[in-house]
Design a protein around this ligand. Structure first.
Ligand code: ZN
Length: 366
């Protein structure tokens, strides 16, 4: 049974992203959502969540009375959407206003939005809405002001409205910056620090690896499976190889979660020369490609590390000492196999770990 819980009530504007949220039977979890536009064009949407919840984001490029049919398994529901060519001129009320917006609002970080509500009664309730559809909060007026604590999960421009009544509302645009890099600390998988007698490191480059531990975890694996994997790596590097710690500094799981391994300021054990940081994608990538989440996390992590250690061009070739090939011209983000006689990280040119795309994406962000 498909149910729509949330859909645009007011007309949406051409090119304005809106979402439709609903539920279906949990048996449909993981099934693709089919979308049919105006009974004509079929496309496929995201998949149904584990609990049967689903969410479709859509943008219309043409105005009119449009129709979106959402189909899951063999059921469907029609959602009519009125699309207008231009934003209806906002009715800027002199009674409701925003205070200056906070600076540097980031995804996943709570912040407070404030404003003024002139000639409202104490305790009157207002509605704070995003992108015309999503209710964020219902702040109450106190001493002519309102405020709400908010948190966005995604980045981008959001249209924010404070609404007192149909005639009384104010709008503003808030730019939400991408979430800061999240690295799960070492303490999540071990209580032992990297031994202090390991030599210190001033990283000069980044060497990419795969852990070659099979089977590769699914992107949907949970944190306890990943923690298990980190302990397994530690066991094989320390118990098996007799090293002081995991050889790499960071491990990126198929889920995209990044785990701290060896302390970043300590010399690693990953490419014999060890004059840089070692980052490993957990799993086997001799033929499989890293997950999209791993790619995103690798770009974010490498960008942060390049900034931290003054690597200003991760693409440019520089003379680099190697174990097997003498001095070579290599980029500052290189592959294990560029320096050592090995298959790691799986394929020639780092194709399966999308190495060249990672370098290019990082360069753009520096
Ligand atoms: Zn390697």
């Amino acid at each position: 049974m498909i149910k729509v819980l949330q859909a645009p009530i007011d007309p949406v504007v051409v090119r304005q992203k809106f979402s439709i949220v609903g539920t279906t039977s949990p048996e449909n979890a993981g099934k693709a959502i089919g979308l049919t536009i105006d009974d004509q064009i079929k496309t496929s949407g995201p998949v149904v969540g584990a609990d049967g919840a689903w969410r479709v984001e859509f943008v219309f490029l043409q105005p009119g009375n449009r129709q979106l049919e959402v189909a899951i398994a063999n059921e469907s529901v029609d959602v009519p959407i009125e699309v207008v060519a231009e934003a209806v001129k906002p009715i800027i009320s002199p009674r409701l206003r925003f205070a200056p917006l906070p600076q540097n609002v980031r995804a996943e970080e709570a912040f407070i939005l404030r404003g003024f509500a002139d000639s409202y009664q104490e305790g009157d309730q207002l509605i704070l809405r995003a992108d015309k559809t999503i209710e964020l909060a219902r702040p109450r007026v106190q001493a002519g002001q309102w405020q709400a604590s908010l948190l966005f999960h995604g980045s981008g421009k959001r249209l924010i409205e404070i609404i007192g009544s149909d005639q009384d509302r104010a709008q503003t645009t808030l730019e939400v910056q991408p979430a800061a890099l999240q690295v799960l600390p070492r303490s999540i998988w071990t209580s032992k620090p990297t031994p202090s007698d390991v030599a210190n490191l001033q990283p000069r480059r980044i060497t990419m690896h795969h852990t070659f531990v099979s089977p590769t975890l699914a992107p949907s694996a949970n944190q306890s499976q990943e923690i298990q994997r980190m302990r397994q790596l530690w066991q094989s590097h320390v118990g098996g190889n007799g090293w002081s710690d995991i050889g790499y500094h960071y491990v990126i799981m198929p889920s995209g979660r990044i785990y701290e391994a060896r302390f970043e300021r300590k010399r690693g054990a990953h490419d014999v020369i060890n004059d840089g940081l070692g980052i490993a994608f957990d799993g086997v990538y001799t033929s499989a490609t890293i997950s999209p989440a791993q790619f995103q996390s690798a770009v974010a992590l490498c960008t942060t590390l390049c900034k931290r250690y003054g690597i200003d061009d991760p693409v440019k070739l520089v003379p680099t000492p190697t174990n097997a090939f003498g001095i070579r011209q290599l980029p500052r983000i290189c592959a294990h196999r560029d320096r050592v006689q090995t298959e790691c990280p799986g394929s020639g040119g780092g194709r399966t770990i999308r190495l060249e795309e990672i370098r290019q994406a990082v360069r753009q962000r520096l």
